[in-house]
Each structure stands twice: as C-alpha cells, then as structure tokens.
Design a protein around this ligand. Structure first.
Ligand code: GLN
Length: 487
C-alpha cells in the first residue's frame, strides 16, 4: 500500500499500532510530489528537510512508547496564505517575495504543537482573490483530472495536493468559496467553517469579515477529525467565540433519519449545467433513501449576493492590502526619489492585475460620496442574505445545493473576463455573507470531471453537515475515485 494514499484516520491508527513510521509516510508523500508536482504545480515551497526531521522525532516518541497527539507525524500541506515561522510565506504574491515570517498562524501552531509534519506551502490565487488558481503571482495550478483545466481556487494547491495524495490533508481558506469550490473540482472534501469557528490569526487577511480557515481532506471523517483539532477560542482572534467545540468524530456517526434538508429553488436556475443539476438531484434521492426528509425552501435574495460580495470584498481588500508598501515586508523598489515613489513602484511591480482591480474598486466604493451608494447598500444586502438563511435554517437542518454551476473550466478560458469568474461564485458566496458553515463532498462526474455537492448548516453547527456528509459517504463511493495522473 502506498502510504501517501492513506486517510488521516488510517494513518493515525497505523502509526499508533506501529504498522509503519511517520518517516515512511512522509517519504511516500515526498515521492509523490517528486513524481507529479511538475505536472500539477500544487506547491510553492516544499520543506523536505524539516518535514523529515519532524517525522523522525515523532518516530522516536513512538519507539519510546510515549503517547501521541492526534496530528503527530501526519503530513499536511498548508496554503501559502498562512504564516509559517522560518518558512517562506508568499500569499501567492510577488510583493511578499521571499518574506519569512517570525511567527506561526494559530492553525499552524496547533499542528506544530502536536508535532504534525508540514510538508510544504501550496499555490493559490494571489492573496486568495480568485476561484481558479490561475491568478497566482507565480504560476497556475493544474487540475489532476484534466491538466488543461483549472483546479478551482483560491485554495488551488491545497486541493490538488490532497486530491493527488501528496499529503494526507491540507489547509485552505474560504472567503467566498475558496475551499468548497476547489474541493468540488478535484473530488476532495472541503469544509468551510462558520465565521469564527477557527482562528484566523496569522493568516494573511483578504476580507477580514468573511475569511475562514478549514481543511481539505480525502473524506468527511478526516474533516471532522481535523476540525476537532483546529476549532476553538483564540485570544489572538477576537472573532473566535468561547463556545463548545463538539466531539465531531462521535457526532458524525449518528443516524441521519429524520433530519430535514431544504432545496432552495433559487439555486436550481437557468445557467446551471444540466449534468450538475442531475448529479445534485441524484444525491438528494440518496439522502431520501437514508431517511432524510427533503423539502423546498426559498432564499429570495440569492441573486443579489454576488454583487454585494464584490463590493464588500474589494472594500476590505483595499484596506487590508495597504500594509504591503515596500517598507514593512517583502519586495521594496527603492529606485525612486521619495517615499511615495517607493510605494508606487513597489505596489505596481508587486501586485497582479486582479489584486489591483480590487484595490481600485474598493477604494472607490469606500470614498466619500460613494460610500452610501455602494458599501452601505452592499452591507444592507448582506443582512438580507443572512436573514434569508436564518429563516430557512429555522425550518430545516441543512440546505443542499450545487457547489458551482459548472465543472472545472479550461485554463485561460475566463482570463480577461473577470465577471464570468465572479459569477461562478454564485452558490458559495451567499453562505459566506451569512457566516454559516458549508461542506463540499464529491457527488459524481460530468464527462470525467468531478462535481461536488454543497451542504450548508447553521452557524457553529458543523456537526450536522459533517454528519450528513459522513452518512452520504458511507452510502456512496464517489470520494474514493482518484484521477489517473501518469508520469
Ligand atoms: N472566488 C472568490 C473571490 O474571488 C472567493 C475567494 C475566496 O474564497 N478566497 O473572491
């Protein structure tokens, strides 16, 4: 058995039972990277030396019968938006060049404290702005199911690393779909937590009021396991409330008979690919077979969500990215005459087209005279969208929808058409605006391309969507299908 193909739980149990060592798992992941990363380009940085050292330390612990933390010895790939102490962290942007953070993001620290093995940092759309992986400041990532297609984004490399068994699980971020959508396009399981469920500390901010941190895994059970390790209050992130973290692994085993799932009619509209519609409806039938009651619900403000998001996100981006000024970190173009020239030259050279576009839109939307017309209106729409979900989730336990209106498109197909890219987020953005949780699980294939299913749940009710996802995966095997990557 190739150890890199193990799930997190299989590897955890195997390590504990001394069936293999962490070094062996880590080496088999590194070998997979060596074989295939030139094709899919999932990684920006591979940290072979530290990964192997960490693995060896864990193996020594196992030998001396010391007890193991849940994540000990398990290779993880981390989106390059997370700060990793002593390891280059680029945010997918040239403006951070060779920036090496002096501290760890809380999620990374939690993994390191448990002696998890960080195998490398993965590619992303620059500062998480995008949904295709093509907008990285360095190179596009490719979909292992069809190398000519996008893998989704912005957590592109993380999804591809998990899908191609280059790690056991990966970390991503989801602001408007960036975990759920690449998971859907690569046949992996992606969890977008409720806003505040996992600390954002040390993760480069894109849209602070929407950003969330979560795992991309090979199945729902692993997502439940990882969430249990990452969730909870962090004094360094005041948006993490001090509320109970459920025993997700236990909760997911519960029968879903009697649960109520809502299908929102606004998500089954014209423009939805027929194959995607068919796959989602078959999955709905599967849930009915499992004893779930399926009812119709309505989320009437769905069609306004994308427009509101593309005001709110750029507005926050224009503020959050002001820190990249050529003085504090990374790239610094000092050839001009004065301070302003440093700012202008650094930002002109360091930022890509999409980032510049959003900074300009956001600066405009927030400027005096326009604030009321754009930002304030967008925030009002956000409240309407949130109210829609509160009402619907008052009647049902879960809302079931497609993740994306189409499967993965061709690399280059949408370049130069930013609106087309933005509209592809139509099914993931509303839940982000509402701050609720969502899970993307593999549900079938359209002409060889993976199609995911989205399960949305109440705020901080991750356990119910994980439970439904887990029971669905017990009854189906879509998530076990692997792409046919060849050297
Ligand atoms: N695709 C969306 C965007 O471009 C979402 C990105 C994200 O979730 N980070 O903003």
């Amino acid at each position: 058995m190739d150890l890199n193909k193990l799930t997190v739980l299989e590897a955890f149990e195997g390590l504990r039972d001394k069936k293999f060592s962490s070094e062996e798992i880590t080496k088999s992941c590194l070998k997979q990277i060596d074989k295939f990363d030139a094709k899919v380009k999932a990684f920006i940085t591979i940290d072979e030396k530290n990964a192997l050292n960490q693995a060896k330390t864990v193996d020594k612990k196992i030998k001396s019968q010391e007890s193991l933390s849940p994540l000990a010895g398990l290779p993880v790939a981390v989106k390059d938006l997370f700060c990793t102490k002593g390891l280059k962290s680029t945010g997918g942007s040239k403006i951070l060049a060779d920036y090496v953070p002096p501290f760890d993001a809380t999620a990374v620290k939690k993994i390191k404290d448990q002696q998890g093995v960080i195998i490398g940092k993965t590619n992303l759309d620059e500062f998480a702005m995008g949904g295709s992986g093509e907008k990285s400041g360095f190179f596009p990532t490719h979909n292992p199911w069809d190398l000519e297609r996008i893998p989704g984004g912005s957590s592109s490399g993380s999804a591809v690393a998990t899908a191609s068994d280059m790690c056991l699980y990966s970390l991503g971020t989801d602001t408007g779909g960036s975990i759920r959508q690449p998971a859907s396009f690569t046949n992996t399981t992606g969890l977008k937590v409720s806003y505040g469920r996992v600390s954002r500390y040390g993760v480069m901010a894109m849209t602070s009021s929407l950003d969330t941190i979560g795992p991309i895994t090979k199945n729902v059970e692993d997502a439940a396991f990882i969430l249990g390790q990452l969730a909870g209050r962090d004094v360094r992130d005041s948006t993490t409330p001090d509320i109970k973290v459920d025993d997700y692994l236990k909760e997911i085993k519960k029968d879903i008979k009697g649960l109520k799932i809502g299908l929102p009619k606004e998500y089954f509209i014209e423009g939805l690919d027929e194959e995607v519609r068919r796959i989602v409806l078959i999955a709905t039938k599967k849930f009915e077979e499992l004893g779930v009651e399926v009812v119709d619900v309505s989320l009437p403000h769905t069609d306004l969500a994308v427009a509101a998001y593309y005001i709110i996100c750029p507005s926050e981006v224009s503020s959050n990215l002001a820190r990249y000024d050529g003085i504090r970190y990374g790239l610094s173009k000092r050839d001009g005459d004065d301070l302003l020239a440093i700012y202008l030259n650094t930002r002109s050279a360091g930022f890509g087209v999409e980032v510049k576009r959003r900074i300009m839109i956001g600066t405009y939307a927030l400027s005096a005279g326009y604030y009321d017309a754009y930002y304030k209106k967008a925030m009002q729409v956000r409240t309407l969208v949130k109210d829609d979900f509160d009402k619907a989730l008052g009647k049902v336990d879960i809302i079931l929808t497609p993740v994306s209106p189409t499967p993965a498109w061709l690399i280059g197909e949408n370049i130069g058409h930013p609106l087309k890219d933005y509209l592809a987020d139509v099914f993931t953005i509303p839940a982000s605006l509402a701050g609720i949780c969502g899970l993307s699980v593999p549900a079938g294939f359209s002409q060889g391309l993976p199609v995911g299913l989205q399960l949305l749940g109440k705020r901080f009710d991750e356990k119910t969507i994980l439970q439904a996802g887990y029971q669905y995966q017990q009854a189906t095997d879509w998530h076990k299908r692997k792409s046919n990557l060849k050297t």
